[in-house]
Design a protein around this ligand. Sequence first.
Ligand code: ZN
Ligand code: ZN
Length: 321
Amino acid sequence: MRVGPGTTATAALAAALAGRYVVGRNAASRHRTTGLERTLGHLGAVDSVTIMPVVERLTRDPGLRGEAGVSYLLRADGLTLLFDCGLGMGRGETPFETNARALGVHVEDLDCLVVSHLHLDHVGGARSQLRHTFSLGREQPLPASLPAFVPTDMEHPRADVCVVEEARVLGTGVAVLPPLRRMLFWLGPVAEQALVVNVRNRGLVVLTGCGHPEIEKTLAEAEQIVDAPVYAVIGGLHLPVHAAGTPLMPQAILGSPNWPWRPISEGDARAVIASIRARGPGLVALSAHDSTPWTLAAFDEAFGAAHQALRVGEEITIRAG
Ligand SMILES: [Zn+2]
Ligand SMILES: [Zn+2]
């Protein structure tokens, strides 16, 4: 076989990617969040929390727009916040804007915004990701000085951006957890933060974005910081298992934390299910933006009536026990 300059360049690129992956993976496994020693004894609890998906892949009815992104409106007693900004697809109005209008969601009512991580499906599109910012769409400017809690260096022309480094209380019973790191083979390192709500006599409601960090680490972090049992896990867990033939190939390939020849597998999904099941949760609501039909069926089987898929416009309410 003749080895030309093209072959040499490809081999060099493959070696560079493999080297970056190994270094990144080791760094992520060594990484310790600075806020873990800090428990939030003063967090308090809420009597009720409602989560409404404004952006998701699945929708409650055809009048609402689905896309492979995430944006959830969360109301916990007196606090109203938005978790993530969606993918911002289309040339005109974004799905966030269409759905917000249809569902009566007003950004002026927000107390703050939380961005789970700097990926296009959570910050309002590729342009936002490249510019290290976030957007809900052209027609939907954020209120001036809105507090925005982000897991990594980001900026915004109007919002009051705060990079989260340790656990932080956003309101009575509601906190953002310190960002956890994960190395993805193609996309590189990512830092993702989860949100936690302590519901009185019920336990913790944990809200995830893509769910890149291992769920075991996220749940252990929540339990350690708040010292209460996990009651519900809501959001993405990044399990595009058997993605061939589904629209989730980009998530399966680009978002994979594994070597390229090892797809995210049934075994990976079973490990995630085992971690969650060990907590005996009352509710598991999975995001279809990074879950295939196979994964949703596996969660149905594992959790029965306690599992549901998240849908735009379908509210989930958890009340005090
Ligand atoms: Zn995502
Ligand atoms: Zn992501």
